[in-house]
Design a binder for this molecule. Sequence first.
Ligand code: ADP
Ligand code: ZN
Length: 658
Amino acid sequence: MPLAIRHLIRETSRETLMPLGNVLRLAMSVPAAFDAKSGKVALVRAPDLDLNALSAKRRNVIEAADPGTPLATAELARRAEVNASLIRNMVGDGNLLRVEVPENWHDAEGLEFRAVTLSPAQAQMADIFKAAVRTSAFQSLLLEGVPGSGKTEVYFEAIAAALEMGKRALVLLPEIALSAQWLSRFRERFGGDPLVWHSGITGAQRRRNWLRIAHGGAQVVVGARSALFLPLTDLGVVVVDEEHDPSFKQEDGTLYHARDVAISRARIEVCPVILASATPSLETALKAGAVAGYNQATVETKYCSLPARHGGARMPVVDLVDLRRDRPARGRFLSEALKVAVQRTLALGEQSILFLNRRGYAPLTICRACGFRFCCPNCSAWMIEHRFRERLICHHCGYVRPTPEFCTECGALESLIGSGPGVERIAEEVAALFPDAKIAVMASDTVRSAAAATELVSSMQHDEIDILVGTQILAKGHHFPNLTLVGVVDADVGLTGGDLRAGERCFQLLYQVAGRAGRETKPGQVLIQTHMPEHPVMQALKSGDRDGFLRVECEERRQGGMPPFGRLAALILAGADGELVKQTGRRLAAAAPHDDNVRILGPAPAPLSLLRGRYRVRLLAKAHVEVDLPTWVRAWLAHVRIPSKVQLQIDMDPVSFL
Ligand code: ADP
Ligand code: ZN
C-alpha cells in the first residue's frame, strides 16, 4: 500500500474517530486484489485470418493489432479509429484473441486532450488551474460558476495539464453511476475513457480496475467517495465536482466526508485540489473568502468564479407561486399558474420538468374512518405509499408491506387515502391534465440501474419525453437543450425539520434544479410553488441573490456559534433496550469534562427515535472553532464505559441530524 494512503488512513481515523481498522477496510475494498495471481488481459490479432472476408473497419483493427504488442480494448479502438463495441464484437467473433500480459504492464490508454476554445473568462480560470498543477504544490481552489458556465470544461484543462506532466488525476462525482453525460463528455475531450470506480461495479470488474490502478495503468480515475482510498500514485490533481453535495458525507458505517478527505489526500500527495460547484457549501465559500463581509479566507483556498453561462445562454427567470393564494383543488398539487405554464410549454413543443423531492405516491396513508396512520413497525416514521408497486415502504429501514385494502385498525373498507404528494402522484395528476403528453418519472426507486437512468436521460435529450417528473436525482448535471420550464411542486419540503443546513440545502437543490431550464438558446422559466414566498431562501432564488442569502445564513450561524463558526460532534447511542440507552446517554453527558469552549447538548431522543427496531438518543458537543474537537471527544470517551448492549456512533461534523 502506498505510503500516502497509509497517511490518509491514519489522518481520517484521527479526524473521524473511526477505528483504524474500519478506515483501512475502505482502502482494502478489493480483498481479491491481494491474491498472488494478478495477470492482465490484452488483445492481439488471431492467426491465419482471411482479411478479405472482413469489413474495411475490421481490417483497420487487425492492422492495428500487432501480435508483438498486446493492446487494451480502448487503445486498440483509438488506434484503429473505431468504437470499442466493434472491438468487443471482434473478440466474440474470434478475430481478436485475449492474452495474459505481465502484471507490471502498463495500459497505453493514450488519452489525448482536444480542448474546446475557451471564452476569455474560462481561459483565465484554466490558466490558474494549469499553473497550480504545474507547481506541484498543495493548494485548494474553489471553482464557482452558475450551471452551464463551463466548470467541467475548465477543470478538464487542469486534468490535461496533469496528464501532460505524466501524472494522474482523480475526480470525485456524486452518484457517478448516473452520470453518463459526464462520461461521454470526457470521451469527447480526451478520446478515451477514464477508469470508473463506484459501488455499482461488480466483483470481477472491481478487481480488474483495482489492479490497473495499482499498476499505474489508469491515467484518470473518476468515482464516488470510495475512490478516495484507491492506491493511485503520482497524483497531479484532485477534483471534487458538486463539492456541496450532501451525498459526499458517508452516513453508513465509517462516517467521513469525502470532500474533507479529498483535501487531505491532495495535501498528502502535494498537489492541488479543485472544488467545483454552482452553489458552494458555506464551509468552502468562507474558506475561499467568497462571502462578502466575511473575511475568513485562508491562504490555501483560492477563489475562482465563472460569471455567466457559456454561449450567452441567459439564466432562467424565476417566479414564486404563493400556494396560499393560488391554491390547488383538494388532492391536487399543481397551481393554476403552473398548469398554464406547462400547457404553454407543451404547445411550443418544448419540455418541462416538475420537481418534487419525495419518492412514492403519498408520504402518509390515513384512514378516513378512524384517523389511523400507517407507521413503520421498526422506525418512528410513516410508511410511504408506492402506488406503481402497490406497496407501503419505510424509507428508513426498507420495511415493505402490500398496500392494505382496508384499515388494519378499524377494519373500514376503502377508507384509506394518501395524504400529500410524492412524484408518482404528481405524474398521475399531470397525466390526467395532459393526456396527450409523454410523461416519465425519475426517482431512485423507479430508475433502478445506471443503464435505466442513462436511457431516460437520453430519451429526454432526444425529445421523446414532454414532461419529466422527478426527485433530486434529476437535479444533477444533466443538460437538456429543449428543456425550458422547471416547476417546483413543493419548495417547502426540505425547509422544515430544524436541520442546521436546511436553508442552505434547500437553496442549493432548487438552484440546481432551476439551472436545468433554458441551457441553450431558448430562454428558461422557473416556477416555484411555496407556502412561504417571503422566506429568505425563496427570495434569494427569485432574485438570484446568492450573496445576500449567504450573508444572512452566515450571520445566523455566526451568532449561534454553529459551523463553520463552531464545530460539532454528534454522539448517537442506539440499542434494543430503550431505558438502558437513555440511561447511558445521561451518564455520558455527566462524564463530559468541564470546558468553557465546549457545550454538551442532550441527551435527547433522536428525530428518528426508533430506527430498525432500535431506540436512539443523541448528544451534541458544540465547540469553539479553536478546540481540537476529535481529541477532546476522545479524552471524554476514555472515561466512560458504554454497555455492550448499547452502540455508540460518533459523527464528527454531522451533516444529517436524524
Ligand atoms: P458546468 O459544469 O458549469 O455546468 P459545463 O462545463 O457542463 O458547465 O458546460 C455547459 C455546456 O456548455 C456544455 O455542453 C459544454 O460543453 C458547453 N461549453 C462550455 N464551455 C464551452 C466552450 N468554451 N466551448 C464550447 N462549448 C462549451
Ligand atoms: Zn422503518
